[in-house]
Design a protein around this ligand. Structure first.
Ligand code: ZN
Length: 463
C-alpha cells in the first residue's frame, strides 16, 4: 500500500514543461491509501554510484536532506538552505525533530532525467501535471529508527518544494498526516507564512477563489469529501494511457486531459484554498490556536481526537469569526489583530449610567462591555487621536474626509452583526435591537497593522 502527496501546478502539454513557467498558485494534493506501483525506491548505495545516473544529476547533502537534482550547484545549495529553513519551521511547530535523512528529488528540467534516476513514467506524469509527490517507503525496523522513509519529488519551484518538505517531514517523523484539509492546509500555511506577524501573503488566485464562490462553513471543510481522490483517479486514468515508454508519457497527456479534468482541478484548487484558509485562521487566532495544535498532534499520532470534540464548547464563535475572516481577507490581513475578545464581560447600562474604555487603532472590533437594549438611547463621546498610517496625521474619531479613522461599531446578537454604525467623535443613537456593542477604528482590514494610538470612548445611556 502506498500513499503519496502531490503538488499540483497546472496543466500544460509542453514537453519542456511548466517547470520553467510561472504559475500563480500551486495546488497540492495528498493521496491516501492507493495501490499504485511507482517503481522501486532509490537505494542509497546506488544513488552514490554516479555512473548509474544521468550525467546532469548530482547529489548534495545538508543536515537533513540528500538532494538529487539537475540544478546547478549554487542553486542546489541555495535550495537546500531553503529546505532546511522550512524543516526548522515545521519541527518547531510540531515540536519534534525530523527522523533521519530525507531523500529529495528536485527536478529542474525533466529532459535531464530518465528511469535510471528513479523517475519512472508515473512519477514523471505527476511532476508534469501536479508538481510534487511524496512517497512513503516502509523500512525494516532494524535498519532505520523510523517506520518509513519519505521519498520526495518536486519541480524546482520553491513553494512546491516547501510544500513537499512539510509532507516529507510528517511522513518520516510521524507516519501519519491527518485528513486532507489538515495535511494540505498546513503544508500551504507553513509555506505561505513568511513573516512573524502572520500577515496573509498568498497568491492572489487563492484570495479570488475564496471570495468568488460560495463561502464554505467550517463544517463544509472538515467534513467534506476527499478532494484528492478524484485527482488521483484522473492521474491513474492518464497513466493507463502510458505504455511505459518514457517518451510516450508526454505524448499521452493531451488525449488524457479534457474539460472534465479541468473542472475537477478547479474544484480541487478551491478545496486547497479552503483548507489553507481554515488552517491559517486556526494557527494564528489565539482563541483557538492552542487547541488546534493539540488536534494536529492527535492527527499526526493517529489518535482519536476529533475537530468536533476539540471545539465543541465554542464552535459558534469559531464559525462566526471564520466567516468574517473569509469576508474580509486580503493581502496583509492579520488574524491576530482581528480576533474577537469573547471573554470581556458585558453589562446593560441603566439610564443615566455610563462606561469608558480605550479603543486601539491597530485592532479589529473591540468589545465595549455595553449591551444595548432595543429602544434605548445611547450617546458616544471620544477623546484623543489616532493614526491610520505611520506618516499619517493625527485624526480624532471623526476620521478623515474619506471616513478612514472614524470610530465605527456593530451590534452582535446571536452570532450575527448589524450593519456598521458610524459613531465618530460625538454622536448618539437609538438601538433597534438588543446586543453587544463592539467598535473599531475604521480602516481597510488589510491595513490596520500600521495604525497607532487609541481613543477613550465614553458611552452613556440617556434613556
Ligand atoms: Zn500536498
Amino acid at each position: 500500500m502506498i500513499w503519496f502527496c502531490m503538488a499540483f501546478i497546472g496543466r500544460t502539454f509542453c514537453s519542456n514543461l511548466l517547470l520553467k513557467q510561472s504559475f500563480a498558485t500551486c495546488l497540492l494534493i495528498w493521496l491516501g491509501a492507493v495501490s499504485v506501483t511507482l517503481g522501486s525506491p532509490p537505494d542509497e548505495d546506488r544513488t552514490n554510484q554516479r555512473t548509474s545516473r544521468s550525467s546532469s544529476i548530482r547529489v548534495y547533502r545538508s543536515a537533513h536532506f540528500r538532494l538529487h537534482t539537475d540544478l546547478s550547484e549554487p542553486d542546489a545549495r541555495s535550495m537546500l538552505v531553503d529546505m532546511e529553513s522550512t524543516l526548522d519551521k515545521v519541527a518547531t511547530y510540531w515540536r519534534q525533530p525530523v527522523s533521519g535523512i530525507i531523500d529529495a528529488y528536485i527536478i529542474d528540467d525533466l529532459a535531464n532525467w530518465s528511469s535510471r534516476d528513479h523517475l519512472n513514467p508515473m512519477t514523471q506524469l505527476m511532476l508534469q501535471h501536479i508538481g510534487g509527490v511524496t512517497i512513503p517507503i516502509p523500512t525494516p525496523k532494524k535498519r532505520e529508527p523510523f517506520r518509513q522513509r519519505a521519498l520526495m519529488y518536486a519541480i524546482s519551484r520553491p513553494d512546491v518544494v516547501r510544500h513537499e518538505v512539510v509532507h516529507a517531514y510528517c511522513c518520516q517523523t510521524f507516519g501519519y498526516s491527518g485528513p486532507d484539509w489538515y495535511k494540505e492546509g498546513m503544508a500551504d500555511t507553513i509555506c505561505m507564512l513568511p513573516d512573524k506577524q502572520g500577515s496573509v501573503r498568498c497568491p492572489q488566485e487563492v484570495l479570488d477563489s475564496l471570495q468568488s464562490e460560495n463561502v464554505p462553513s467550517v463544517n463544509d471543510i472538515i467534513h467534506g469529501p476527499s478532494f484528492t481522490d478524484p485527482l488521483f483517479e484522473t492521474i491513474k486514468r492518464a497513466a493507463s494511457l502510458v505504455d511505459g515508454n518514457e517518451q510516450s508519457v508526454v505524448a499521452a497527456l493531451p488525449s488524457a486531459w479534457g474539460s472534465a479534468e479541468d473542472e475537477m482541478l478547479r474544484k480541487a484548487k478551491q478545496s486547497y484554498a479552503h483548507s489553507w484558509a481554515l488552517c491559517h485562521f486556526l494557527l494564528l487566532n489565539k482563541n483557538y490556536n492552542k487547541r488546534f495544535r493539540q488536534l494536529g498532534h492527535s492527527f499526526l499520532q493517529n489518535a482519536k481526537l476529533t475537530f468536533d470534540q476539540v471545539f465543541s464548547n465554542d464552535r459558534d464563535q469559531l464559525e462566526f469569526e471564520f466567516q468574517l475572516f473569509l469576508q474580509n481577507i486580503a493581502q496583509g490581513y492579520q488574524v491576530g489583530l482581528c480576533r474577537w475578545q469573547w471573554d470581556k464581560p458585558f453589562i446593560v447600562l441603566e439610564p443615566g449610567n455610563h462606561i469608558a474604555i480605550l479603543i486601539q487603532a491597530a485592532a479589529g472590533y473591540q468589545p465595549t462591555g455595553c449591551t444595548v437594549e432595543q429602544g434605548g438611547t445611547y450617546s458616544f463621546h471620544t477623546e484623543g487621536t489616532w493614526q491610520i498610517s505611520p506618516q499619517g496625521k493625527q485624526l480624532n474619531a471623526d476620521g478623515n474626509h474619506h471616513g478612514d479613522g472614524q470610530l465605527a461599531g456593530v451590534i452582535l446578537s446571536d452570532y450575527r452583526v448589524t450593519e456598521t454604525l458610524l459613531l465618530g467623535q460625538s454622536s448618539h443613537f437609538i438601538s433597534k435591537g438588543p446586543g453587544q456593542l463592539h467598535v473599531r477604528c475604521q480602516d481597510r482590514w488589510s491595513e490596520i497593522a500600521d495604525n497607532a494610538g487609541f481613543v477613550r470612548l465614553t458611552i452613556k445611556r440617556e434613556k
